[in-house]
Design a protein around this ligand. Structure first.
Ligand code: AMP
Length: 174
């Protein structure tokens, strides 16, 4: 089996979680398997295509798991985009709509310096609202967004359209 087939086979579909009608892609079986977790991080790192990255930005909460591992592998810093009320310092915030609900995300205003090259990483791209909110905050700070990399893309929700003109790379597409 190829690496991506093994990752795909490990993802568990949980029907009607957290709300009726949602098929939740549970990535915890990947995290629990050292080989699969390492492979997922390797593939996410490869999406950067050798471009210089100064910081990897991860999205609360499952995005942190992959983004921090990618940052460590690339030998660069990690920056969290968090749900409202979690970051202790001065923040910028923006509201957005989720596949299931609504939320506000925040970024420390000194987390990224103008012109720094950043890779945005999340576990899953659904409607794209969350990633678009993170992109907006990074744009406001003057970051050079190299790309948005996700393990899973639910392509039927067309989330990448919300991220134009930024390059979106997904390892597994549904
Ligand atoms: P969205 O803003 O609609 O692109 O939603 C993306 C965020 O919600 C990601 O951070 C995911 O972790 C989570 N998410 C949305 N839909 C799902 C799903 N079907 N399975 C697992 N996570 C999801």
């Amino acid at each position: 089996m190829s690496a991506t087939d093994s990752l795909r086979a490990a993802i568990r579909d949980v029907v009607d979680f957290p709300k009726p009608g949602i098929v939740f892609k549970d990535i915890t079986p990947i995290l629990a398997d050292g080989k699969l977790f390492r492979e997922s991080v390797t593939l996410l790192c490869e999406t950067a295509g050798g471009a210089r990255i100064d910081k990897v930005v991860g999205i609360d909460a499952r995005g942190f798991i992959f983004a921090s591992a990618v940052a460590d592998r690339l030998g660069v810093g990690f920056v969290p985009v968090r749900k409202k009320g979690k970051l202790p310092w001065k923040t910028r915030q923006t509201a957005y709509a989720l596949e299931y609900g609504e939320s506000i995300v925040e970024l420390h205003e000194d987390a990224v310096q103008p012109g720094e090259s950043v890779l945005l990483v999340d576990d899953l791209l659904a409607t794209g609202g969350t990633a678009a909110a993170a992109v907006k905050l990074l744009d406001e700070l003057g970051a050079n967004l190299v790309g948005i990399s996700v393990l899973i893309e639910l392509s039927f929700l067309a989330g990448r359209n919300k991220l134009i003109p930024h390059p979106v790379h997904s390892i597994l597409t549904y």
